[in-house]
Design a protein around this ligand. Structure first.
Ligand code: ACM
Ligand code: ZN
Length: 619
């Protein structure tokens, strides 16, 4: 018997009455334009074929990938055939690069359907078709029971990204992640239409890329003798006494670069200099000011020992970059440049001599000389330099792109000087920060960057005029891994915040809507579960905040991220229900000993009960 499964991919139940919003869809990032027909659906079954315009091996790859994902997700087994093989048309998903509309650029796409049978994904390039496929995949149901017909909303999409740079970073120095996980991270990026992976390959605590000319970089520099435990940097600092290591061979890297390119992701490798280079100095102590000996970092933080600005070091770094350029085909090479203590340079005869001969008045100018010299090398090899915003200190090299991390000031200054900028300010884009109440979350570096704060981030600073704003290429989230030893820890920190950032960098600014985004998260949480990925649900947290009013009276406020949530609470330690008192506004703390509170939408509890005991605080 043919079982029919009417899958209604509508998060609209969440919205009680607005008809227009009822037909919203689960796609993140939200497409630029879409229309869901109220009549009919797109039907897929085992006769559905995936047709690709030939001759085009990249489209065939996409078609096969789509077929595999349909098989895994909805148990349908579509045939994959080329357009020249397809005798007739009907019940097909057709992929083609024949859009011929420059408005869609290199990454935009159009999805059309005809008579609720024929689906076409058209673009100017395979990149655009790839993104169309990603959108289609997010329309597929996540269903427990496999059925023979799957129905999707009858949707037309016209989509284009807002920013050309949509990045995710991963630090593999503080903790190392295997090739299989890097691929999974790339898959997640692709699902959310990110196009740049910033791979932080070297730092004080481990050198993670094979360099054939300097084998000790990985033989010695990839291994630290032990790793600090917890966050106590004082006298009670504890270590695990277990050697820790790992690195990527150049073959691993080539494999990952190829994998990423199939998913339209360019990799920007980061080779840190002149600071954050203790692992390299341990392997080759002659590249430091004191000559060592050094030890690969065992604690987190910033170390005084940095590269010496002598000629020998530049030869060493240029040899390394030559091999890096060889394995990474992308235009940009990130050279770090952040957090460079100047103490060693101040006391080093070679560095002081360099400053004299080059007419450099300060160590900041020596830093600028260092970065400028590396930029000349990269430009002479047809590559472009990116650095953290400290590269502004002492003067920016002529063609450098700046990554603004210490807030937005560096990015604003660089854009005003006509330099390109990628925004990644700590308070919005650092995904190593907590994302919920610290007492409920695994140990993290600090801060609090909630999903809704990421979602509200606007990459174009108000200080810039329209011409200067063109230099903001996009934004990126950074994932530093001091406190993230395993892949499950990384996915927990990025999911769902990377979904929020995806909408910031892809969707039109005026179409971003937290309420709709929040409703879509349910589908994405189900998707993460289906993908067996660890993710965070702190978006359903409540936050108790104590504030003082103008009369110095302590008042309690409660914050929630859930749109239109009604907060019910009790003060007698009973469990709040939707019959309990409703929280309206802040309350005098004197009246509260202990509060229990929970959030309700349409009478249904979302998330758990949150409690706070104020008796101790008041003592
Ligand atoms: C950085 O977070 N040190 C770029
Ligand atoms: Zn020196």
């Amino acid at each position: 018997m043919l079982k029919r499964f009417f899958f209604i991919l509508i998060v609209g139940l969440f919205f009680s009455c607005d008809k227009k919003e009822k037909t919203d869809i689960s796609i993140i990032p939200r497409p630029e334009k879409y229309l869901v027909s109220e009549n009919g659906t797109i039907k897929l079954n085992n006769e559905t074929r995936i047709i690709y315009e030939d001759p085009n091996p990249a489209l065939r790859f996409l078609a096969e990938d789509l077929a595999n994902q349909m098989k895994a997700r909805i148990n349908l087994h579509p045939a994959v055939i080329s357009l020249s093989e397809a005798k007739s048309i009907g019940n097909d998903i057709t992929l083609s690069v024949n859009l011929a509309d420059s408005a869609y650029g290199n990454e935009g796409y159009v999805i059309n359907h005809n008579g609720f049978k024929f689906v076409s994904i058209q673009a100017n390039s395979t990149k655009g078709v790839f993104y169309g496929v990603q959108s289609l995949l997010q329309l597929l149901p996540i269903q427990e029971i496999k059925t023979e017909i799957v129905e999707l909303p009858a949707i037309t999409i016209n989509d284009n990204p807002r920013f050309e740079y949509r990045g995710m970073h991963l630090d593999v120095s503080r903790h190392f992640f295997p090739v299989a996980f890097i691929k999974q991270y790339i898959d997640l990026m692709a699902m959310y239409k990110f196009n740049t992976f910033h791979w932080h390959l070297t730092d004080d605590q481990g050198w993670r890329i094979e360099i054939k000319k300097y084998p000790k970089l990985t033989q010695i520099g990839s291994i630290r003798a032990k790793t600090m435990i917890g966050k106590d940097f004082g006298e009670n600092q504890k270590f695990d006494n277990t050697p820790y290591g790992g690195f990527y061979t150049q073959d691993d890297i080539r494999e990952i670069v190829e994998y990423a390119s199939q998913k339209n992701i360019t990799i920007i490798p980061e080779i840190e200099m002149p600071g954050h280079s203790l692992a390299a100095l341990t392997a080759y102590p002659e590249m430091g000011c004191s000559g060592g000996p050094y030890e690969v970092g065992e604690s987190w933080g910033v170390f005084e020992d940095v590269y010496c600005a002598k000629d020998q070091t530049f030869t060493f770094i240029e040899d390394i970059l030559t091999e890096v350029i060889d394995v990474f085909p992308g235009t940009y090479i990130h050279i770090g440049g952040d957090e460079v203590p100047k103490t060693r340079w101040k006391n080093c005869p070679a560095c002081q001599k360099r400053m004299k001969t080059e007419g450099l008045k300060t160590e900041e100018e020596l830093q600028s000389y260092f970065i400028g010299r590396i930029e000349k090398f990269l430009v002479s090899h047809n590559r472009r330099l990116i650095g953290w915003d400290e590269i502004l200190e002492g003067g920016l090299p002529p063609e450098a792109t700046v990554m603004s991390w210490r807030g937005t000031e560096g990015g604003i200054a660089a854009a005003k000087m006509g330099h390109n900028v990628i925004m990644t300010p700590g308070n919005k884009c650092y995904f190593d920060h907590y994302q919920g109440n610290t007492e409920n979350e695994p140990l993290a570096i600090g801060g609090l960057t909630k999903v809704s704060e990421v979602y509200a981030y606007e990459p174009i600073p108000e200080e810039l005029n329209a011409d200067q704003a063109k230099h903001i290429l996009g934004a990126q989230a950074n994932v530093w891994t001091e406190y993230l030893p395993n892949p499950v820890n990384v996915t927990y920190m990025v999911l769902p915040r990377m979904a929020a950032l995806a909408e910031v960098v892809w969707s039109p600014k005026e179409k971003r809507d937290w309420k709709i985004f929040y409703a879509k998260l349910n589908y994405h949480f189900d998707l993460y579960k289906w993908m067996k990925l660890n993710y965070c649900q702190s978006v359903n947290n409540l936050y108790f905040r104590v504030m003082q009013n103008e009369n110095k009276q302590k008042r309690l406020n409660i914050e929630s991220e859930i749109p239109d949530a009604v907060i019910h609470f009790t003060l007698n330690d009973s469990i709040p229900t939707n019959e309990s008192k409703i929280w309206v506004k802040n309350m005098n703390l004197e009246e509260i000993e202990k509060i229990n509170a929970a959030q309700f939408v349409n009478g249904k509890q979302i998330g758990k009960v949150f409690s706070k005991n104020f008796v101790i605080d008041k003592l």
